[in-house]
Design a protein around this ligand. Structure first.
Ligand SMILES: Cc1cc2nc3c(=O)[nH]c(=O)nc-3n(C[C@H](O)[C@H](O)[C@H](O)COP(=O)(O)OP(=O)(O)OC[C@H]3O[C@@H](n4cnc5c(N)ncnc54)[C@H](O)[C@@H]3O)c2cc1C
Length: 400
Protein backbone atom coordinates (compact mmCIF):
# COMPACT_ATOMS: atom_id res chain seq x y z
CA UNK A 1 0.00 0.00 0.00
CA UNK A 2 1.56 3.30 -1.09
CA UNK A 3 0.02 6.51 0.26
CA UNK A 4 2.57 8.90 -1.29
CA UNK A 5 1.44 11.05 -4.19
CA UNK A 6 3.77 10.93 -7.22
CA UNK A 7 5.26 14.06 -8.82
CA UNK A 8 2.73 13.79 -11.66
CA UNK A 9 -0.08 13.63 -9.10
CA UNK A 10 1.29 16.72 -7.33
CA UNK A 11 1.43 18.56 -10.67
CA UNK A 12 -2.14 17.45 -11.38
CA UNK A 13 -3.18 18.81 -7.98
CA UNK A 14 -1.68 22.21 -8.84
CA UNK A 15 -3.53 22.25 -12.17
CA UNK A 16 -6.84 21.38 -10.46
CA UNK A 17 -6.26 23.98 -7.74
CA UNK A 18 -5.59 26.71 -10.33
CA UNK A 19 -8.71 25.78 -12.29
CA UNK A 20 -10.90 25.79 -9.17
CA UNK A 21 -9.55 29.09 -7.87
CA UNK A 22 -10.37 30.69 -11.23
CA UNK A 23 -13.82 29.13 -11.68
CA UNK A 24 -15.43 28.71 -8.25
CA UNK A 25 -16.70 32.26 -7.81
CA UNK A 26 -17.45 33.88 -4.41
CA UNK A 27 -21.20 33.74 -5.09
CA UNK A 28 -20.92 29.98 -5.79
CA UNK A 29 -18.99 29.46 -2.56
CA UNK A 30 -21.62 31.44 -0.66
CA UNK A 31 -24.41 29.35 -2.23
CA UNK A 32 -22.55 26.14 -1.27
CA UNK A 33 -22.13 27.50 2.27
CA UNK A 34 -25.90 28.01 2.46
CA UNK A 35 -26.83 24.60 1.02
CA UNK A 36 -28.55 22.51 3.66
CA UNK A 37 -29.73 19.57 1.57
CA UNK A 38 -28.11 16.38 0.22
CA UNK A 39 -27.86 17.68 -3.34
CA UNK A 40 -26.80 21.13 -4.44
CA UNK A 41 -29.45 23.56 -5.60
CA UNK A 42 -30.43 22.66 -9.19
CA UNK A 43 -29.50 26.04 -10.78
CA UNK A 44 -26.11 26.06 -9.06
CA UNK A 45 -25.35 22.44 -9.97
CA UNK A 46 -26.28 22.99 -13.63
CA UNK A 47 -24.19 26.18 -13.82
CA UNK A 48 -21.18 24.27 -12.46
CA UNK A 49 -21.88 21.31 -14.77
CA UNK A 50 -21.76 23.63 -17.82
CA UNK A 51 -18.34 24.97 -16.70
CA UNK A 52 -16.99 21.45 -16.19
CA UNK A 53 -18.40 20.22 -19.51
CA UNK A 54 -16.56 23.04 -21.28
CA UNK A 55 -13.34 22.09 -19.49
CA UNK A 56 -13.94 18.37 -20.18
CA UNK A 57 -13.96 17.49 -16.47
CA UNK A 58 -17.68 16.87 -15.78
CA UNK A 59 -17.69 13.07 -15.91
CA UNK A 60 -14.28 11.70 -14.89
CA UNK A 61 -15.59 8.13 -14.63
CA UNK A 62 -17.15 7.93 -18.12
CA UNK A 63 -15.29 6.24 -20.99
CA UNK A 64 -13.00 8.79 -22.64
CA UNK A 65 -14.80 8.53 -26.01
CA UNK A 66 -18.02 9.70 -24.30
CA UNK A 67 -16.47 12.62 -22.40
CA UNK A 68 -14.55 10.92 -19.55
CA UNK A 69 -11.17 12.29 -18.44
CA UNK A 70 -9.17 9.06 -18.32
CA UNK A 71 -7.88 10.07 -14.86
CA UNK A 72 -6.31 7.48 -12.60
CA UNK A 73 -8.11 6.54 -9.37
CA UNK A 74 -5.66 8.75 -7.47
CA UNK A 75 -6.34 11.72 -9.73
CA UNK A 76 -10.07 11.28 -9.16
CA UNK A 77 -9.40 11.33 -5.40
CA UNK A 78 -7.32 14.49 -5.72
CA UNK A 79 -10.10 16.08 -7.76
CA UNK A 80 -12.63 15.26 -4.99
CA UNK A 81 -10.31 16.56 -2.29
CA UNK A 82 -9.61 19.84 -4.07
CA UNK A 83 -13.30 20.37 -4.89
CA UNK A 84 -14.18 19.98 -1.20
CA UNK A 85 -11.37 22.35 -0.20
CA UNK A 86 -12.51 24.96 -2.75
CA UNK A 87 -16.22 24.61 -1.76
CA UNK A 88 -17.06 23.75 -5.37
CA UNK A 89 -20.73 22.91 -5.96
CA UNK A 90 -21.57 19.21 -6.25
CA UNK A 91 -23.00 17.83 -9.48
CA UNK A 92 -26.33 16.00 -9.26
CA UNK A 93 -25.36 12.30 -9.39
CA UNK A 94 -28.70 10.79 -10.41
CA UNK A 95 -28.02 10.87 -14.15
CA UNK A 96 -24.27 11.43 -14.50
CA UNK A 97 -23.04 9.01 -11.83
CA UNK A 98 -25.89 6.53 -11.30
CA UNK A 99 -27.87 6.07 -14.53
CA UNK A 100 -24.99 6.61 -16.98
CA UNK A 101 -23.03 3.44 -16.02
CA UNK A 102 -26.28 1.48 -16.48
CA UNK A 103 -26.79 2.89 -19.98
CA UNK A 104 -23.16 2.11 -20.85
CA UNK A 105 -23.53 -1.49 -19.70
CA UNK A 106 -27.14 -2.40 -20.55
CA UNK A 107 -28.37 0.32 -22.97
CA UNK A 108 -28.94 -0.17 -26.71
CA UNK A 109 -26.88 1.91 -29.15
CA UNK A 110 -29.94 4.12 -29.71
CA UNK A 111 -30.31 4.66 -25.95
CA UNK A 112 -26.60 5.50 -25.60
CA UNK A 113 -26.74 7.98 -28.48
CA UNK A 114 -29.92 9.62 -27.27
CA UNK A 115 -29.60 9.78 -23.49
CA UNK A 116 -25.88 10.19 -22.71
CA UNK A 117 -25.20 13.47 -24.60
CA UNK A 118 -28.40 15.02 -23.23
CA UNK A 119 -27.46 13.97 -19.69
CA UNK A 120 -24.04 15.54 -20.09
CA UNK A 121 -25.31 18.79 -21.61
CA UNK A 122 -27.88 19.13 -18.82
CA UNK A 123 -30.83 19.00 -21.24
CA UNK A 124 -32.13 15.96 -19.34
CA UNK A 125 -32.44 16.03 -15.55
CA UNK A 126 -33.13 12.64 -13.94
CA UNK A 127 -34.74 11.31 -10.79
CA UNK A 128 -34.77 7.79 -9.33
CA UNK A 129 -38.02 5.83 -9.03
CA UNK A 130 -37.04 2.80 -6.92
CA UNK A 131 -38.71 3.09 -3.48
CA UNK A 132 -42.43 2.72 -2.91
CA UNK A 133 -44.59 2.96 0.21
CA UNK A 134 -43.80 -0.40 1.84
CA UNK A 135 -40.87 -1.22 -0.48
CA UNK A 136 -37.60 0.41 0.60
CA UNK A 137 -35.03 -1.94 2.13
CA UNK A 138 -37.13 -4.79 0.81
CA UNK A 139 -37.09 -3.25 -2.67
CA UNK A 140 -37.92 -6.41 -4.60
CA UNK A 141 -41.43 -6.33 -3.12
CA UNK A 142 -42.26 -3.29 -5.30
CA UNK A 143 -45.73 -3.21 -6.85
CA UNK A 144 -45.86 -0.43 -9.48
CA UNK A 145 -47.16 -2.44 -12.43
CA UNK A 146 -46.34 -2.24 -16.15
CA UNK A 147 -48.67 -4.16 -18.45
CA UNK A 148 -47.92 -4.61 -22.16
CA UNK A 149 -50.26 -2.92 -24.65
CA UNK A 150 -49.08 -3.10 -28.28
CA UNK A 151 -45.61 -1.48 -28.46
CA UNK A 152 -46.07 0.17 -25.07
CA UNK A 153 -46.35 -0.58 -21.37
CA UNK A 154 -49.15 0.94 -19.30
CA UNK A 155 -47.73 1.88 -15.90
CA UNK A 156 -49.81 2.23 -12.70
CA UNK A 157 -48.63 2.74 -9.14
CA UNK A 158 -46.59 5.13 -7.01
CA UNK A 159 -42.97 5.88 -6.08
CA UNK A 160 -41.94 7.70 -2.90
CA UNK A 161 -38.99 9.69 -1.50
CA UNK A 162 -38.16 10.62 -5.09
CA UNK A 163 -35.40 13.21 -4.72
CA UNK A 164 -35.70 16.23 -7.04
CA UNK A 165 -38.72 14.78 -8.91
CA UNK A 166 -40.08 18.34 -8.88
CA UNK A 167 -37.18 19.40 -11.16
CA UNK A 168 -36.67 16.23 -13.18
CA UNK A 169 -37.83 15.81 -16.76
CA UNK A 170 -37.05 12.06 -16.73
CA UNK A 171 -37.36 9.25 -14.17
CA UNK A 172 -35.67 5.84 -14.22
CA UNK A 173 -38.12 3.40 -12.73
CA UNK A 174 -38.37 -0.15 -11.48
CA UNK A 175 -41.72 -1.68 -12.41
CA UNK A 176 -43.33 -5.08 -11.94
CA UNK A 177 -43.94 -6.97 -15.18
CA UNK A 178 -44.47 -10.45 -13.69
CA UNK A 179 -45.92 -11.66 -10.40
CA UNK A 180 -45.68 -15.41 -11.01
CA UNK A 181 -42.16 -16.24 -9.70
CA UNK A 182 -39.66 -14.90 -7.16
CA UNK A 183 -40.21 -11.14 -6.59
CA UNK A 184 -36.78 -10.34 -8.07
CA UNK A 185 -37.60 -12.22 -11.26
CA UNK A 186 -40.50 -10.01 -12.40
CA UNK A 187 -38.94 -6.53 -12.34
CA UNK A 188 -38.21 -4.34 -15.38
CA UNK A 189 -36.17 -1.12 -15.69
CA UNK A 190 -37.90 1.72 -17.60
CA UNK A 191 -36.93 5.26 -18.63
CA UNK A 192 -39.95 7.58 -18.50
CA UNK A 193 -40.30 11.25 -19.51
CA UNK A 194 -41.95 13.11 -16.63
CA UNK A 195 -44.27 15.02 -18.98
CA UNK A 196 -46.01 11.79 -20.03
CA UNK A 197 -49.77 12.15 -19.34
CA UNK A 198 -50.80 10.42 -16.10
CA UNK A 199 -47.75 11.38 -13.99
CA UNK A 200 -48.25 13.66 -10.99
CA UNK A 201 -45.70 14.80 -8.41
CA UNK A 202 -46.67 15.64 -4.83
CA UNK A 203 -44.12 17.37 -2.56
CA UNK A 204 -43.00 15.93 0.79
CA UNK A 205 -41.58 18.62 3.10
CA UNK A 206 -38.91 17.22 5.39
CA UNK A 207 -38.37 17.90 9.10
CA UNK A 208 -35.55 20.21 7.96
CA UNK A 209 -38.10 22.37 6.12
CA UNK A 210 -36.84 21.44 2.65
CA UNK A 211 -38.72 20.37 -0.44
CA UNK A 212 -36.21 17.76 -1.56
CA UNK A 213 -38.28 14.58 -1.84
CA UNK A 214 -41.63 13.77 -3.42
CA UNK A 215 -44.22 11.12 -4.08
CA UNK A 216 -44.78 10.37 -7.78
CA UNK A 217 -48.06 8.85 -9.00
CA UNK A 218 -48.50 6.88 -12.25
CA UNK A 219 -52.03 6.66 -13.57
CA UNK A 220 -52.27 4.72 -16.87
CA UNK A 221 -48.92 6.11 -18.04
CA UNK A 222 -48.06 4.93 -21.58
CA UNK A 223 -44.34 4.13 -22.00
CA UNK A 224 -42.84 2.78 -25.25
CA UNK A 225 -41.15 -0.63 -24.86
CA UNK A 226 -38.15 0.99 -26.55
CA UNK A 227 -37.61 2.83 -23.21
CA UNK A 228 -36.82 -0.44 -21.43
CA UNK A 229 -33.20 -0.94 -20.35
CA UNK A 230 -32.16 -4.59 -20.49
CA UNK A 231 -34.54 -7.49 -21.03
CA UNK A 232 -38.06 -7.62 -19.58
CA UNK A 233 -38.18 -9.19 -16.09
CA UNK A 234 -34.40 -8.84 -15.71
CA UNK A 235 -34.44 -5.32 -14.29
CA UNK A 236 -33.28 -6.52 -10.85
CA UNK A 237 -29.73 -7.04 -12.15
CA UNK A 238 -29.82 -3.59 -13.76
CA UNK A 239 -31.15 -2.09 -10.50
CA UNK A 240 -28.42 -3.71 -8.38
CA UNK A 241 -25.71 -2.58 -10.79
CA UNK A 242 -26.94 1.01 -10.42
CA UNK A 243 -26.91 0.73 -6.60
CA UNK A 244 -23.16 -0.04 -6.69
CA UNK A 245 -22.68 3.47 -8.05
CA UNK A 246 -25.19 5.03 -5.62
CA UNK A 247 -23.39 3.56 -2.60
CA UNK A 248 -19.82 3.54 -3.83
CA UNK A 249 -19.25 7.31 -4.01
CA UNK A 250 -16.15 7.25 -1.78
CA UNK A 251 -14.15 10.33 -0.81
CA UNK A 252 -16.35 11.21 2.19
CA UNK A 253 -13.35 11.97 4.44
CA UNK A 254 -12.23 14.97 2.37
CA UNK A 255 -15.63 16.62 2.85
CA UNK A 256 -15.77 15.72 6.56
CA UNK A 257 -12.32 17.28 7.10
CA UNK A 258 -13.64 20.59 5.74
CA UNK A 259 -16.69 20.35 8.00
CA UNK A 260 -14.40 19.68 11.01
CA UNK A 261 -12.37 22.80 10.18
CA UNK A 262 -15.63 24.75 10.17
CA UNK A 263 -16.55 23.21 13.55
CA UNK A 264 -13.22 24.35 15.04
CA UNK A 265 -13.83 27.87 13.67
CA UNK A 266 -17.31 27.96 15.20
CA UNK A 267 -15.99 26.68 18.54
CA UNK A 268 -13.29 29.38 18.45
CA UNK A 269 -15.75 32.21 18.01
CA UNK A 270 -18.54 30.99 20.33
CA UNK A 271 -18.10 31.59 24.04
CA UNK A 272 -18.78 29.27 26.99
CA UNK A 273 -18.50 30.77 30.48
CA UNK A 274 -16.75 33.82 28.98
CA UNK A 275 -14.03 31.75 27.25
CA UNK A 276 -13.91 30.56 23.63
CA UNK A 277 -15.64 27.18 23.54
CA UNK A 278 -12.57 25.63 21.92
CA UNK A 279 -10.72 26.21 25.26
CA UNK A 280 -13.12 23.77 26.93
CA UNK A 281 -11.18 20.50 27.22
CA UNK A 282 -14.30 18.33 27.14
CA UNK A 283 -15.58 19.92 23.92
CA UNK A 284 -12.11 19.81 22.34
CA UNK A 285 -11.86 16.09 23.14
CA UNK A 286 -15.13 15.42 21.38
CA UNK A 287 -13.86 17.25 18.28
CA UNK A 288 -10.58 15.31 18.44
CA UNK A 289 -12.45 12.02 18.62
CA UNK A 290 -14.28 12.89 15.38
CA UNK A 291 -11.01 14.03 13.78
CA UNK A 292 -9.36 10.71 14.66
CA UNK A 293 -12.30 8.75 13.22
CA UNK A 294 -12.13 10.90 10.07
CA UNK A 295 -8.40 10.17 9.68
CA UNK A 296 -9.10 6.45 10.07
CA UNK A 297 -11.84 6.71 7.46
CA UNK A 298 -9.52 8.58 5.10
CA UNK A 299 -6.87 5.84 5.36
CA UNK A 300 -9.54 3.18 4.80
CA UNK A 301 -10.68 5.11 1.71
CA UNK A 302 -7.11 5.43 0.46
CA UNK A 303 -6.55 1.70 1.02
CA UNK A 304 -9.73 1.07 -0.94
CA UNK A 305 -8.39 3.35 -3.71
CA UNK A 306 -5.14 1.42 -3.77
CA UNK A 307 -7.12 -1.81 -4.24
CA UNK A 308 -9.29 -0.24 -6.96
CA UNK A 309 -6.21 1.00 -8.82
CA UNK A 310 -5.11 -2.68 -8.91
CA UNK A 311 -8.46 -3.49 -10.54
CA UNK A 312 -10.19 -4.89 -7.43
CA UNK A 313 -13.69 -3.77 -6.42
CA UNK A 314 -14.31 -1.81 -3.17
CA UNK A 315 -16.62 -4.63 -1.99
CA UNK A 316 -17.97 -4.45 1.56
CA UNK A 317 -15.58 -1.58 2.36
CA UNK A 318 -18.27 0.71 0.94
CA UNK A 319 -20.79 -0.46 3.58
CA UNK A 320 -18.27 0.16 6.38
CA UNK A 321 -17.36 3.53 4.90
CA UNK A 322 -20.99 4.54 4.47
CA UNK A 323 -21.95 3.87 8.10
CA UNK A 324 -18.76 5.41 9.48
CA UNK A 325 -18.99 8.58 7.39
CA UNK A 326 -22.66 9.08 8.29
CA UNK A 327 -21.92 8.65 12.02
CA UNK A 328 -19.08 11.19 11.82
CA UNK A 329 -21.20 13.64 9.82
CA UNK A 330 -24.03 13.38 12.35
CA UNK A 331 -21.49 13.73 15.21
CA UNK A 332 -19.99 16.92 13.72
CA UNK A 333 -23.43 18.48 13.24
CA UNK A 334 -24.42 17.59 16.81
CA UNK A 335 -21.36 19.49 18.08
CA UNK A 336 -22.08 22.44 15.78
CA UNK A 337 -25.63 22.51 17.12
CA UNK A 338 -24.35 22.54 20.71
CA UNK A 339 -21.74 25.17 19.86
CA UNK A 340 -24.19 27.73 18.45
CA UNK A 341 -26.42 27.22 21.52
CA UNK A 342 -29.62 29.32 21.40
CA UNK A 343 -29.00 30.30 17.74
CA UNK A 344 -29.95 26.71 16.89
CA UNK A 345 -33.52 27.56 17.89
CA UNK A 346 -34.62 29.88 15.04
CA UNK A 347 -34.74 27.48 12.10
CA UNK A 348 -34.11 29.53 8.94
CA UNK A 349 -35.62 27.04 6.45
CA UNK A 350 -38.73 26.59 8.52
CA UNK A 351 -39.10 30.35 9.01
CA UNK A 352 -38.99 31.01 5.24
CA UNK A 353 -41.33 28.06 4.63
CA UNK A 354 -43.85 29.68 6.95
CA UNK A 355 -43.66 32.82 4.81
CA UNK A 356 -41.70 35.05 7.19
CA UNK A 357 -39.02 37.44 5.93
CA UNK A 358 -37.24 38.40 9.14
CA UNK A 359 -33.47 38.75 8.80
CA UNK A 360 -31.39 35.97 10.36
CA UNK A 361 -30.79 37.04 13.98
CA UNK A 362 -27.52 35.20 14.67
CA UNK A 363 -23.98 34.86 13.34
CA UNK A 364 -23.55 33.61 9.73
CA UNK A 365 -22.01 30.33 10.85
CA UNK A 366 -25.16 29.41 12.79
CA UNK A 367 -27.67 29.92 9.99
CA UNK A 368 -27.44 26.50 8.36
CA UNK A 369 -26.62 24.41 11.43
CA UNK A 370 -30.14 23.33 12.40
CA UNK A 371 -31.45 22.48 8.90
CA UNK A 372 -28.23 20.54 8.17
CA UNK A 373 -28.40 18.73 11.50
CA UNK A 374 -31.98 17.69 10.70
CA UNK A 375 -31.25 16.86 7.05
CA UNK A 376 -28.32 14.59 7.89
CA UNK A 377 -30.57 12.33 9.97
CA UNK A 378 -31.83 10.97 6.64
CA UNK A 379 -28.30 9.89 5.66
CA UNK A 380 -28.63 6.78 7.83
CA UNK A 381 -31.64 5.78 5.72
CA UNK A 382 -31.07 6.60 2.05
CA UNK A 383 -28.61 4.70 -0.12
CA UNK A 384 -29.15 1.60 2.06
CA UNK A 385 -30.09 2.06 5.74
CA UNK A 386 -27.59 1.74 8.58
CA UNK A 387 -29.12 -1.56 9.73
CA UNK A 388 -29.06 -3.01 6.22
CA UNK A 389 -25.36 -2.03 5.86
CA UNK A 390 -24.71 -3.70 9.24
CA UNK A 391 -26.36 -6.88 7.94
CA UNK A 392 -24.01 -6.79 4.93
CA UNK A 393 -20.99 -6.26 7.20
CA UNK A 394 -22.13 -9.06 9.54
CA UNK A 395 -22.46 -11.53 6.68
CA UNK A 396 -19.62 -10.54 4.37
CA UNK A 397 -16.96 -9.24 6.78
CA UNK A 398 -17.64 -11.06 10.05
CA UNK A 399 -19.02 -14.22 8.44
CA UNK A 400 -22.00 -14.32 10.86
C1 LIG B 1 -33.85 11.91 2.03
C2 LIG B 1 -34.18 10.67 1.27
C3 LIG B 1 -34.03 10.65 -0.10
C4 LIG B 1 -34.38 9.51 -0.83
N1 LIG B 1 -34.30 9.54 -2.20
C5 LIG B 1 -34.76 8.47 -2.90
C6 LIG B 1 -34.84 8.54 -4.32
O1 LIG B 1 -34.47 9.55 -4.96
N2 LIG B 1 -35.33 7.47 -4.99
C7 LIG B 1 -35.73 6.33 -4.34
O2 LIG B 1 -36.14 5.40 -5.02
N3 LIG B 1 -35.67 6.24 -2.98
C8 LIG B 1 -35.21 7.29 -2.26
N4 LIG B 1 -35.16 7.22 -0.87
C9 LIG B 1 -35.71 6.04 -0.22
C10 LIG B 1 -34.68 5.19 0.51
O3 LIG B 1 -33.95 4.42 -0.39
C11 LIG B 1 -35.48 4.32 1.49
O4 LIG B 1 -36.05 5.18 2.45
C12 LIG B 1 -34.61 3.29 2.15
O5 LIG B 1 -34.26 2.29 1.24
C13 LIG B 1 -35.32 2.64 3.37
O6 LIG B 1 -36.57 2.16 2.99
P1 LIG B 1 -37.90 2.53 3.82
O7 LIG B 1 -37.95 4.02 3.97
O8 LIG B 1 -39.05 1.85 3.14
O9 LIG B 1 -37.68 1.94 5.25
P2 LIG B 1 -37.80 0.39 5.66
O10 LIG B 1 -37.12 -0.46 4.65
O11 LIG B 1 -39.24 0.10 5.96
O12 LIG B 1 -36.96 0.37 6.99
C14 LIG B 1 -37.50 0.82 8.25
C15 LIG B 1 -36.49 0.51 9.32
O13 LIG B 1 -36.28 -0.91 9.41
C16 LIG B 1 -34.91 -1.24 9.23
N5 LIG B 1 -34.77 -2.48 8.48
C17 LIG B 1 -35.35 -2.79 7.29
N6 LIG B 1 -34.98 -4.03 6.88
C18 LIG B 1 -34.14 -4.51 7.83
C19 LIG B 1 -33.43 -5.74 7.98
N7 LIG B 1 -33.48 -6.70 7.07
N8 LIG B 1 -32.65 -5.89 9.10
C20 LIG B 1 -32.56 -4.91 10.03
N9 LIG B 1 -33.24 -3.73 9.95
C21 LIG B 1 -34.01 -3.53 8.86
C22 LIG B 1 -34.30 -0.08 8.46
O14 LIG B 1 -32.92 0.05 8.67
C23 LIG B 1 -35.09 1.11 9.03
O15 LIG B 1 -34.51 1.53 10.23
C24 LIG B 1 -34.81 8.34 -0.14
C25 LIG B 1 -34.91 8.36 1.25
C26 LIG B 1 -34.61 9.50 1.96
C27 LIG B 1 -34.76 9.49 3.46
Amino acid sequence: MDFEFSQEDQAFREEVRAFLSENVTPDMREAVRKTTTVFADKELAMRWQAILVEKGWAVPAWPVEHGGTGWSVTQKYIWGEECARASAPGLIPLGLRMLAPVIFKYGTEDQKNYYLPRMLSGEHYWCQGYSEPGSGSDLSSLKTAAVKDGDDYIVNGTKIWTTHAQFADHIFCLVRTDTSGRPQAGITFLLIPMDTPGITVEPIITIAGDHEVNQVFFDDVRVPQANRVGPENEGWNVAKYLLEFERGGGGAAVRLKESLKELRNIASSELANGEPLIEDAGFRNRISELEIRTSALEFAELASLARMSRGESPGTASSLAKNTSVEIDQGILTLKLEAVQHYAMPHANKISLDGHNEPWPGPDHAETVTPRYLNVRAASIYGGSKEVQKNIIAKAVLGL
